[in-house]
Design a protein around this ligand. Structure first.
Ligand SMILES: Cc1ncc(COP(=O)(O)O)c(C=O)c1O
Length: 247
């Protein structure tokens, strides 16, 4: 996904497939861009996977955190895809318990079995005492994640409007709880340098987008999080507006 619109480049995907390719790794809703792939984009990924007999491993941890009219479509639901898709999700995002590390892998028995075999020799289990809490949440609170998304949408707008007022070119995300902003307008070229200076200049922390990609095309992009109380976002914006942010 490349700026400025961060849509899927299907030709680039096709060009990346070679004789040794076995998997497509997919993430939608996407961290850090906030892009939610459309039905057409997912269909294009599915076509490539079917044509080259690839398995799709899809990270959908933000599946419920979409905004406005944007809907998340699991790629496993597309025709011909269930049998070649391993879907990953997490309570950490849907129930706002980052750090609990409770998630799940779903798909055909063969692919889930492969995950179990690997997990057995890696971490074996994860947060066992927390698992009954998540089972209760899944059974009794199925609507909670969508309510969280509605609430996050308000906080998204608070953060994005505020950053735009500061002169940043900010992209309003369709999903997740992150927003990317271009810091060139403030006179910066390098997001890493900007993020290292930000705590001292403003008492605010953001994340450079650089570690998320290897193309160099997004060096001027910075990721801001809005999974915070509205009062915290307001305080951050007020600190930013009172600080010298020029590069
Ligand atoms: C796209 C994506 N996948 C997976 C994870 C990990 O989720 P968890 O901490 O619940 O294991 C994250 C967390 O930041 C994420 O952004």
């Amino acid at each position: 996904l490349r700026g400025p619109d961060f849509r899927l480049d299907v030709d680039e995907l096709r060009a990346a497939v070679g004789p040794r390719t076995r998997f497509v790794l997919l993430n939608s809703p996407h961290n850090p861009t906030g892009t939610v792939l459309t039905a057409d984009e997912l269909r294009a990924v599915a076509d490539v996977a079917i044509e080259h007999d690839l398995v799709v491993i899809t990270d959908e941890v933000y599946e419920h955190l979409t905004f406005d009219t944007q809907e998340h479509i699991p790629i496993s639901t597309l025709p011909g895809m269930f049998e070649r898709t391993l879907t990953l999700s997490s309570a950490g995002k849907s129930y706002s318990v980052t750090g609990w590390k409770i998630g799940w892998a779903t798909g055909p028995a063969e692919l889930v079995g492969a995950v179990l075999a690997a997990k057995q020799w890696l971490t074996f289990t994860s947060g066992a005492p927390l698992q009954p809490a998540i089972a209760t949440a899944l059974d009794d609170e199925p609507d909670w994640p969508r309510a969280l998304a509605r609430d996050l949408q308000t906080r998204r707008d608070l953060l994005c409007d505020g950053l735009a007022k500061l002169g940043l070119d900010v992209r309003r995300p369709e999903g997740t709880y992150f927003a990317l902003a271009d810091i060139s307008s403030l006179g910066w070229k390098d997001g890493m340098e900007f993020c290292l200076a930000l705590p001292e200049r403003a008492g605010v922390v953001a994340i450079p987008a650089q570690p998320f990609h290897d193309s160099g095309a997004g060096d001027q992009l910075v990721r801001w999080a809005f999974c915070k109380e509205a009062s915290v976002i307001e305080e951050a914006l007020s600190r930013l507006s009172g600080a010298d942010l020029s590069g």
